[in-house]
Design a binder for this molecule. Structure first.
Ligand code: B1M
Length: 213
């Protein structure tokens, strides 16, 4: 069983989705619990992928194929997780802000968050402040994750924070921002709870904001 866990970890790190699927199924067939598989195998492996990315050993393509392998394994695991009633770490809505159609970075952030055990509400691109607000009031997300790639669309991050304040729901949700032109200083300026420079650090920041670790 330990060998299968190790194979799953390696499969995710190498981006070998077929191996991951095969090993996840085999481990489940042998009676391993879905939550152990998720926490001790898959989430740990994605954490390692994130660490290698931050250290400059992995680049975006490696991270993308690792996330794809993780997704493939999760698809097999999901029904079992539901059976075992494994709760996600938290719920995050993610989107590229209004006027902005760039979604490669946002998708990567979603994958890393999913890999870190979060339930994702992917709002897509060109997301208005109202749509972000609805994800709080109607879907009860714990964190809003906004991405912007254009200097001209960054102000829509502030507009969303302001709209949350105006609606009296700012304290109900944490707000994280990121994207190439975004900085920590901008996050401070608009009153966001945090900024992450990349998808890996977005996952650790979300964890920190939700569970404090
Ligand atoms: Co656009 N584009 N683009 N583009 N495009 C940029 C961003 C640009 C810098 C190119 C340039 O001029 N050098 C420039 C912006 C200039 C500026 O505002 N200062 C630009 C422009 C001007 C435009 C158009 C206006 C061009 C035009 O039509 N005249 C237009 C705008 C359309 C619109 O959005 N309304 C446009 C269109 C497009 C395409 C559609 C062709 C395509 C997007 C396809 C898609 O996303 N589906 C595109 C692309 C691909 C780019 C570049 C080349 C690459 C962006 C990318 O995907 N990077 C980009 C130039 C560049 O960056 N070299 C450029 C890879 C991605 C993994 O990185 O998104 O930064 P990134 O995400 C990172 C981090 O930033 C972070 O994690 C990710 C990975 O670790 N992160 C977060 C991202 N979101 C986060 C959220 C978080 C945390 C971290 O929450 C907490």
């Amino acid at each position: 069983m330990a060998n299968k866990l190790e194979a799953i970890r390696e499969g995710i790190m190498d981006g070998d989705m077929h191996l991951v699927q095969e090993m996840v199924q085999a481990a489940l067939d042998e009676g391993m619990s879905a939550s152990d598989l998720l926490n001790k195998g898959m989430i740990e492996a994605m954490g390692e992928v994130g660490r290698l990315f931050e250290e400059g050993e992995y680049f975006v393509p490696e991270m993308l194929i690792a996330a794809r392998a993780m997704k493939a394994g999760l698809a097999i695991l999901k029904p079992k997780l539901v059976d075992e009633d494994v709760q996600p770490v938290g719920k995050v809505s993610a989107g590229t802000v209004k006027g902005d159609l760039h979604d490669i970075g946002k998708n990567l952030v979603c994958m890393m968050l999913e890999g870190a055990g979060f339930e994702i509400v992917d709002l897509g691109t060109d997301v208005s402040p109202e749509q972000f607000m609805k994800s709080v009031t109607e879907q009860g997300v714990d964190v809003i994750c906004m991405s912007a790639l254009l200097t001209t669309t960054m102000p829509n991050m502030k507009n969303t924070v302001d709209a949350l304040v105006e609606a009296g729901i700012r304290d109900d949700v944490k707000v994280m921002i990121g994207g190439a032109p975004v900085t920590q200083a901008y996050a401070d300026e608009i009153g966001a709870d945090g900024y992450a420079p990349d998808a890996s650090r977005a996952a650790s920041l979300a964890r920190e904001l939700v569970v404090g670790a």
